[in-house]
Design a protein around this ligand. Structure first.
Ligand SMILES: [Fe+2]
Length: 267
């Protein structure tokens, strides 16, 4: 067993870094238009500019059309950090999702409860320049650039809410399976499109190294079958050696729904 206990965004929860200690919310967090825009330094805006330019150049040949369309729809600025309330407004128009300002890594229960309400908790701080290629803690580049484009797509948005709803009842082995499905879809999913495997998982889309590695022959691609994915352990500390490929986002939504129903998680 080289797998750590399955937890959400698990690499964040096995470090001694204080940013990696999950936070339990004891009061509601700001949502949508109520989220103030922080004061960022010039260096922080520059970090966004560098990372955004790098991923934007790479993704047209690596990401699926829906991710690219979502990026365009969200109108990210090139040279400054976007405001959560602006991104939230665009998500609301597209699929009725909104953003909430997350103070950091949320406890899994709080995280899933927000997803079940079609609310995505996003951090509003950016990684230090020394962590351009890897950061152990959540930051706004992963949350905004990585997660939000796919939430503009109705089938994905519905699937994502369904994960939050299913989590409320998932326990034991079924919860382990649910977290594995989350990992291999939301974070590390591929979709077969126009004869190619392409990225939709935000953990790949927001990482330069993962994005380049994921489509090479170094990675074994398997068809997405929820029962199989739920049985597949993963090693969080290395590039993923196995990824699962969906046929379409409707296929993802329907096959997850079937799995959740068969396991008594949703009606
Ligand atoms: Fe994530």
């Amino acid at each position: 067993m080289n797998e750590k206990p399955p937890v959400l965004d698990p690499k964040l929860q096995t470090s001694d870094d204080p940013r990696c200690i999950p936070i339990t919310l004891d009061a509601p967090i700001e949502e949508g238009d109520a989220i103030a825009y922080p004061t960022y330094t010039a260096e922080e805006h520059e970090t966004w500019r560098i990372m955004y330019a790098r991923q934007r150049a790479l993704l047209p040949t690596h990401a699926c059309q829906e991710f690219l369309d979502g990026m365009a729809q969200l109108k990210f600025p090139d040279d400054r950090i976007p405001a959560l309330r602006d991104v939230s407004r665009e998500l609301d128009k597209a699929t009725g999702w909104t953003l909430a300002r997350s103070p950091g890594l949320l406890h899994e229960k709080d995280f899933f409860e927000l997803l079940a309400r079609r609310v995505f908790p996003s951090t509003d701080y950016i990684r230090p320049r020394t962590e351009l290629d890897y950061t152990p803690a959540p930051d706004l580049f992963h949350d905004i650039f990585g997660h939000c484009p796919m939430i503009t797509l109705p089938a994905f948005a519905n699937f994502y809410q369904r994960i939050g709803q299913a989590a409320a009842k998932a326990e034991g082995d079924v919860r382990v399976g649910l977290v594995r499905i989350y990992w291999f879809t939301v974070e590390f999913g591929l979709v077969h499109q126009n004869g190619k495997d392409l990225i939709y998982g935000n953990g790949i889309a927001s990482s330069f190294a993962e994005a380049k590695n994921s489509l090479t022959d170094a990675v074994e691609k398997r068809p997405f079958i929820p029962d199989k994915v739920a049985q597949q352990p993963y090693d969080i500390w290395h590039m993923q050696p196995i990824l699962f490929v969906i046929d379409s986002f409707e296929h993802l939504e329907q096959s997850f729904d079937d799995w959740a129903r068969r396991n008594g998680l949703v009606k």
